[in-house]
Design a protein around this ligand. Sequence first.
Ligand code: HEC
Ligand code: HEC
Length: 505
Amino acid sequence: MRTRLAALLVLTLAGCGTTSRTSEHAIDPRQTPTWSSDDERFFLHGSMGSEFVPERMYRAFFKTYPDLYPGGDLSAYGVIYEPGKSWPIGFSRRETPHLASLPSIGLNCAACHVAEVREAPDRPPRRVIGPPATFDVYSWVGAMAVSMARTTEPENMVAYLAHFMGRDVSARKDAIMAAVREDPFTSKGMAPNSLHDIPAADLASDDPVVVARATLKLLYNMRTSLHLPEQLPPPVPVIPGPGRTDAFSVVAATVLGLPARFDAPVKYAIPWNLDRRTWVHWDGNNRDPHARNIGASLGLGAPSTNGGSLLDFELVRRQTDLTQVIRPPRWPWSVDDSAAARGEKHYRATCASCHDGVPESERLHALDRIGTDPNRARLFDAKMADGNNRALASLTVKGYRHGDAPYRATGAYWAGELDGAWARSPYLHNGSVRTMGELLTPPAKRPRSFRRGSTVYDKAALGFVDEGAFVLDTTIAGNSNAGHDYGTDLAEDAKRDLIEYLKTR
Ligand code: HEC
Ligand code: HEC
């Protein structure tokens, strides 16, 4: 139930502008020692059962609404395009029954959990699994919602159909517009959460009016699976930007019917060494990987109609099993060994008591002790845990067996392993501290804002450079960079040594 992305709407392209990138570098095989090349292909492009837009419709959106899709593709949303592939990393394509069985496009785990790192703007990128992607899911889903809403307007439908059908439809303009005005949302007489049966032949018809009517039904099925309302909701108070989303607020609002403030954006969390952990998420609230990922799939577009029985659980199982065995990435550049040896002593003295070899139950640290932004830890309270557990228990997804209380409320934050710490930038659960150097700076002296979205890495400070179209303003509640002041009183050379040591983890 992680992400009912549907409610995450932004009506502008604020925060976009990350340029299109092409990745040539393969993943370091030490990150995925047990994967076959087919596993890797499946992780990057395979389905998690959540396709929600027919490919042909999506391409027609690109042409009809160039303001939402500059350059005619998804580059504006921080995705990674690869040579020879039509869709970016993290996008899947599959024939989807409730979308007239058309080949349709959806997201998978890799959209948020694969990143690129480069030494300099002109150097080729390295692909790394686990660090938060630069993908801006909020703006991206907002563009989808706006495209869908616009297409239920008569004039736009005419323009859209010309692109979808690949020919001039102006002779039938009045009839198309009349058909749209008659029933733009096609929800009359539909039971909640039910779906239209759409004959593929209607979408292949030569008659633009027949195609218009079928398109409206498609849009209805898409809205239902994405839990989108007919009218666009207002923008959220804290715009997440690249690499973050307020997943549990979305779940609260759209699945559980609980009040949600949308003020707790978090960094996409980091899926390393999962087979060695019991509880995951920033507050350690979940212990059932299948439950977690079924939630992600239903949230990202698989229809929850009939208890989610249309969901292909085998796809979710395979994505989950692959994710359980991803290892942290090694520092790809050189290290000063003697500085690292000195730094290890500081690490042992100042950091290891919380971050190393600590039993699971003691990984959680209360808000008043750790002092970082409280919104995310407070958001997931007992009501949320109970609501999520109930929602999961009511599912009838074939092959999925509901475990005992997959969710709990902790009200605290998790001190994760610091292996691969360099690639966790920007730091903290809300991604509010850009570099390790800044994390080791007293909170009051940390920069109040920085830019996000760049893949260029600052090797000395340990973090992505201060570039990108999105500005993360840490003075907004939910974005606070306060707290976690450990190691901030070390001498400057001790901090440098500690940072050198962290590169070796
Ligand atoms: C739209 C972006 C997005 C997609 C797609 C996505 N996730 Fe995540 N993932 C997140 C966010 C955000 C969190 C943190 C949630 C929180 O704790 O509030 C997260 C957390 C996790 C965690 C917990 C890691 C930790 O250190 O606690 C795992 C594991 C994970 N995701 C795996 C997956 C898998 C497997 C899939 C595909 C089935 C997937 N994710 C799809 C955004 C995404
Ligand atoms: C008292 C326990 C404690 C100590 C001591 C401690 N940490 Fe942490 N650390 C945490 C907790 C809890 C979090 C999660 C806080 C959050 O995300 O809001 C965290 C988060 C982090 C993160 C962010 C991880 C990410 O994915 O963004 C880094 C990096 C980190 N700590 C490094 C250090 C270093 C380096 C030291 C020693 C100088 C240290 N910590 C000392 C408890 C501790």
